[in-house]
Design a protein around this ligand. Sequence first.
Ligand code: WTA
Length: 695
Amino acid sequence: MIPDKVPHDDVYRAPQELVKRAHVPNFDKYKELYLKSIQNPDDFWGKIAEDFFWKTPPTGKFLDYNFDVTKGKIYVKCMEGATTNICYNVLDRNVHERSLGDKVAFYWEGNEPGDELTVTYSELLQQVCRFANVLKSLGVKKGDRVSIYMPMVVELVVAMLACARIGAVHSIVFAGFSAESLFDRIMDSQCCILITADGFYRGDKLVSLKVIADDALQKCTDMGVSVQKCIVLKHLSKEEPGSQSPPAKRPCPDLQQERPRENVRKTHPKPQVPWNPEVDLCWHTLVGGASDECEPEWCESEDPLFILYTSGSTGKPKGVLHTVSGYMLYTATTFKLVFDYQSDDVYWCTADIGWITGHSYITYGPMANGATSVLFEGLPTYPDTSRLWEVVDKYQVTKFYTAPTAIRLLMKYGSAPVQKYKRDSLKVLGTVGEPINPEAWLWYYSVVGEKRCPVVDTYWQTETGGHVLTPLPAATPMKPGSATFPFFGVVPAILNESGEELEGPSDGYLVFKQAWPGIMRTVYGNQQRFEATYFQKFPGYYVTGDGCRRDKDGYFWITGRIDDMLNVSGHLLSTAEVESALVEHPAVSEAAVVGRPHPVKGESLYCFVTLRDGVSYTSVLETELKQQVREKIGAIATPDYMQNAPGLPKTRSGKIMRRVLRKIAQNERDLGDVSTLADSSVIEQLFNNRCPTAV
Ligand code: WTA
């Protein structure tokens, strides 16, 4: 399954300097370890587990699972019987057992250049203990769900680790999501507390986060659900919050206090911070009175750690649930080996913690290794297109991890903004989130990495917890655009439509045949949906929803989603989710959404809308509809193209033929087989009504 030999030509290899120090220095070593991880997972992971702290040590079977729906319930259990605490492992263990207390955990780099903070492992431990005590004093207990809706600040890491410390389950909602999306997620996970901030800047755009959070909380109240408390971090505001709020509300007293970075942004307007004394609590006041000591809650291996929502093809997001021990070992090990982590590294992952990449590869994986990371609040293009490289130079970043969409965006500006700064410190580059086109890979490799740094194209999902197909930088000869081979413990296969495993060069459904420690355990509150989404189609396999090709050398190439999902700038959206946001508008009777290739975002949204009788399609309506999608889901889902569709291409059984719509969106006349179409006259009409900007 892993080829004996890898090609000599047309591949890229790591420089000797990297190979010399590497944890996995060559392909033979990778193969040897891989076989061990598959044939004897107990031994393989058991050894890794020895480096961690266990209150009750693991005994017995390492992994127990069933992937076959015909044999009963789907489950995955890792290290049952062991007890531990992940927060203890990423903080106390580093401070008390590994003497890393004074090591920098994060260099926080704000949106505004010059806006910065440094936090060590022991400082972070102190902050986390205090905040954990705050949560406890508010009645948060083991197993309770806590919703976190925050910008990229150190306190976001503090909040998530404080939850983990007391055994509460964090549910982080990306701060770019709308009030409606936050509301849905709070309701689904029945969170008792919301943690948010006054606001933040994205480039020069102010996001008044508290206003959006309040809107979500109001929607909860309207549904008869009350979130008991809302903890508000003062990130930006100086003036008394509440000054712009209705008279019944009064300001939080402690928000007067200045934060150091406040000085940098003197000229910027401050966010509105409406204040409801019944519900709102000030972060700073709370932690001010809290103790630095907090005994961790010892958790069972399979206790829930967090819920993270990801788009589902039926429209409603799924709460992907990860548990403590397996996730901890898997993120720690993938981080160490995929980035070839060394103790003197400065690592930087540009993702937001609101996505799985930030959970696994900003917080848990790097911290479990005692790494020093950059935590970046800003944008690659603000204040200019050199920002990323300026930050790389400033902190002497050695391992850098970003998304293909960011690379494609920066490529447009050429090499000058990159070359303005030195990148000598860089050793390994990584990408994640979507397939990377070879052109972008080569630009990243040659211009950013000066042909010195291997590029690890890491394929994985919210559901997989960590990397599942990926090169190891010193061991795997790379092919631009290929995620190469499986990580340890992962057994991929390619299936055809009838569920048969394909051997050799082939193209089909990417599935996994056995469990690894980091795989999700269930969909929160909906085991049935978990089984239906991932295990029903091909009994015995975890189905990723991605298409995949294996080439003659055995390399895996992800070809993109094969379900009704879209990948816009590395963010998954379901067509159903956008369609349902559109049909909620009174003017719309039906909507169909497809992806259209986009040079920077990978895919963009092209929407076909059928209007109700008597309503006419105008540019005002179009703007309103785009705005509606933005409000319901968030800015990432804003449609790029929209057109009037008095009729949609449907089969005789009424199924929308999205394949045909994708062609129309791209203005491709060759529609393939349309014999199943119920009414072929709609096609010409759709071509005539095409969105004029979609050339
Ligand atoms: C896509 C992000 C190709 C894929 C970690 C997957 C990729 C979805 C890659 C998961 C890659 C992620 N090459 N495609 N290296 N990485 N994808 O849950 O379609 O936000 O199923 O997790 O992103 O997106 P998610």
